[in-house]
Write a protein that binds this ligand. Structure first.
Ligand code: AK6
Length: 288
């Protein structure tokens, strides 16, 4: 028995189809390994529409008791429509696997681009931060808190447009512990302290990302997890002399990396910040 669900929009292909199966796709090269499964480049045979197909083993989902979580996530995510949020077109399953039909981002992972170029230009950085702020404002409107934005979760499409590609919020308590053994670099003080937190955690992360985009390293990096923790709690923020970064950019970072979450710059104010107005490309693309 194969059942599936998909969004009512035009992709993949222009036909509205509710019952996808693996036979509808030609599978290509692997794109990577994510939580719970592998992702492949794939093409819907009839329309030739290129997608990323994520294959998840049901056994894994059951082992971690993620069934309800997954169903809820699929319902929310198939309804999200934003140019800077990677689309989940639909999903289907067979006896042992669940398949997610995801948008393919041709430009690949943003962090690889960052490592390659060491750091981004102010124009690039401002464009990415503005794209992120718009995508997050859209998600927050829909009561979706991301909580796990980091360069690894950001992809670029063929025009260099940023796409938030993964949703940490949806794998709540289980990955929270996971996060604690991983990197603390992107977490806000209220999260490293495991206090109650809200939408403002994403705004903190934007400050961290803005710093990393411009300087090539996250602001609170340290040799040990304990030291990163201490630096986040103190908001131990310093700006290196090189690369040379404008004081307007530093001003935005300072207004986002504020310990008291209520005092952080709102997403709306980020989009009105002089540095963003001056540097961000309104089309969200920057190919230079
Ligand atoms: C890779 C690329 C595209 C593919 C919206 C699973 C889950 C239990 C997602 C998910 C939505 C849901 C899930 C994952 C993603 C990714 C790679 C990131 O697995 N949910 C089990 C509960 C929940 O996105 N996202 O897996 S997206 C893609 C690449 C690599 C280069 N270009 N384009």
């Amino acid at each position: 028995m194969v059942s599936s669900s998909s969004s009512s929009s035009s992709s993949p292909g222009s036909s509205v189809k509710r019952n996808w199966s693996i036979d509808d796709f030609e599978i290509g090269k692997p794109l990577g390994k994510g939580k719970f499964g592998r992702v492949y480049l794939a093409r819907e045979s009839k329309s030739k529409y290129i997608v990323a197909l994520k294959v998840i083993f049901k056994e894994q989902v059951e082992k971690y008791k993620m069934h309800h979580q997954l169903k809820r996530e699929m319902a929310i995510q198939t309804s999200l429509r934003h140019p800077n949020v990677l689309r989940l077109y639909g999903w289907f399953h067979d006896n042992e696997k669940i398949y997610l039909i995801l948008e393919y981002a041709h430009g690949g992972e943003l962090y690889k681009e960052l490592r390659r170029s060491r750091h981004f230009s102010e124009k690039q950085a401002a464009t990415y931060i503005a794209s992120l702020a718009q995508a997050l404002a859209y998600c927050h409107e829909k009561h979706v808190i991301h909580r796990d934005i980091k360069p690894e979760n950001l992809l670029l499409d063929h025009e260099g447009r940023l796409k938030i590609a993964d949703f940490g919020w949806s794998v709540q308590s289980k990955t929270k512990r996971h996060t604690m053994c991983g990197t603390l670099d992107y977490l806000a003080p209220e999260m490293v302290e495991k206090k109650a937190h809200d939408y403002a955690v994403d705004n903190w992360t934007l400050g961290v990302l803005c710093y990393e985009f411009l300087y090539g390293v996250p602001p609170f990096e340290a040799d040990s997890q304990a030291d990163t923790f201490r630096r986040i709690m103190k908001v131990d923020l310093t700006f290196p002399f090189t690369p040379r970064v404008s004081t307007e950019a530093q001003n935005l970072i300072i207004q986002l990396l504020v310990k008291d979450s209520a005092k952080r710059l709102s997403l709306e104010k980020i989009l009105e910040h002089p540095w963003i107005i001056k540097n961000a490309d309104p089309s969200g693309t920057c190919d230079e």
